[in-house]
Design a protein around this ligand. Structure first.
Ligand code: PMV
Length: 333
């Protein structure tokens, strides 16, 4: 029987970033990373096995996907088929509620949803660890979106099969704490340099890269204790310096990789002003100009209003911790 499965996954934002892969084939990062899954911008993906189809078909937000986007999905389906010992092609339908490729973590929610729906459709019975390992093969950040709340992705030791086994995500213990992430969408267009290319160039050419990886280790240890204490200000401070350090390594690449736009810097200034006014607000940015500001839920409206003032015309959305990737309750096998 041709099976179908649908899954929903949410993006996550790394508070401790990874940037750079030591194995691009197996998608093994150089550094551990730690993130919060969001309760906004879900991706819904349906995988339908089509035993009569000569090739995989990939539909992204209602239109057939081509080029690199389609290829990444087909490569992922090849991996699923290899793991399941199957050969049938599939039809994949993915809907993002946020623009794809704009530094808003659509690859995290996208590959987490594809891993879950694809594994179910091809009849693979995987626990959450195995699922996160699988999602990592689509996009390292996707391994973390398998889980809700806060999750760490281990870079793992070694190379080859040992590294593949050792690199997976798992939930991180946190004290219950009141946290919001205010997302300012400065530019929803596709980025000029893909994160894959940006990472490659940074690893190969940035003289700051090794020291950023080393300082990330210390940031991660401090972040874990700050989360256990539920200390929003410490979490924010560590996240902000870790993100700025990542952008510094990229700026030192040759040629420089720069995702930060003038509006990004204006938003960063406004975050400093909020702090000077006594509001615990801390910024983080990924491979794009958008800024995500961590703060207390009670301060989220004030932070959002400030960002709207400083970045007129930009969409500003308030998020909280979101759920784990899950089968869509409405879907039928
Ligand atoms: O794994 P990707 O290709 O989605 O890249 C994620 C890169 C960063 O968002 C900048 C860092 C991270 O750890 O999520």
């Amino acid at each position: 029987m041709d099976r179908r499965a649908t899954a929903v996954a949410h993006p996550n934002i790394a508070l401790i970033k990874y940037w750079g892969k030591r194995d691009e084939q197996l998608m093994i990062p150089y550094a551990d990373s730690l993130s919060m899954t969001l309760d906004i911008f879900p991706t819904t993906t349906t995988v339908r096995i089509d035993s009569g189809a000569p090739a995989d078909e990939v539909v992204l937000d209602g239109s057939p996907a081509g080029g690199e986007r389609r290829q990444r999905v087909v490569t992922f389906l090849d991996l699923l088929r290899q793991l399941a010992g199957r050969t049938e092609r599939a039809h994949v339908d993915t809907r993002n509620s946020v623009p794809t490729g704009a530094g808003l973590a659509s690859s995290a929610s996208g590959f987490a949803a594809l891993a879950l729906a694809g594994a179910a459709a091809y009849g693979l019975d995987l626990d959450a660890t195995a699922l996160s390992r699988l999602a990592r093969r689509g996009s390292v950040s996707a391994s973390r979106s398998v889980f809700g709340g806060f999750a760490i992705c281990h870079a793992g030791p070694g190379a080859g099969a040992a590294a593949d086994l050792g690199s997976y995500a798992e939930p991180v213990p946190v004290a219950p704490f009141d946290v919001a992430l205010v997302v300012a969408i400065v530019d929803a267009g596709p980025k000029a340099v893909s994160s894959r290319e940006g990472m490659r160039r940074t690893v190969r050419t940035s003289p700051l890269y090794p020291s950023w990886v080393a300082s990330g280790r210390a940031d991660l240890a401090e972040m874990r204790t700050a989360l256990l204490r539920g200390d929003l200000d410490a979490v924010g401070e560590i996240a902000e310096r870790n993100a700025l350090g990542m952008h510094a390594t990229m700026l030192a690449a040759r040629p420089a990789v720069r995702y930060l736009a003038p509006v990004t810097v204006a938003v960063l200034d406004s975050v400093l002003r909020l702090r000077a006014d006594g509001v615990g607000a801390y910024a983080t940015m990924d491979a794009g100009p958008n800024v995500k500001v961590l703060c207390r839920r009670a301060d989220a409206d004030r932070v959002a209003d400030t960002l709207r003032d400083v970045a007129p015309g930009c969409a500003v959305v308030v998020a909280g911790p979101g759920p784990a990737a899950a089968p869509d309750p409405g879907s039928r096998p």
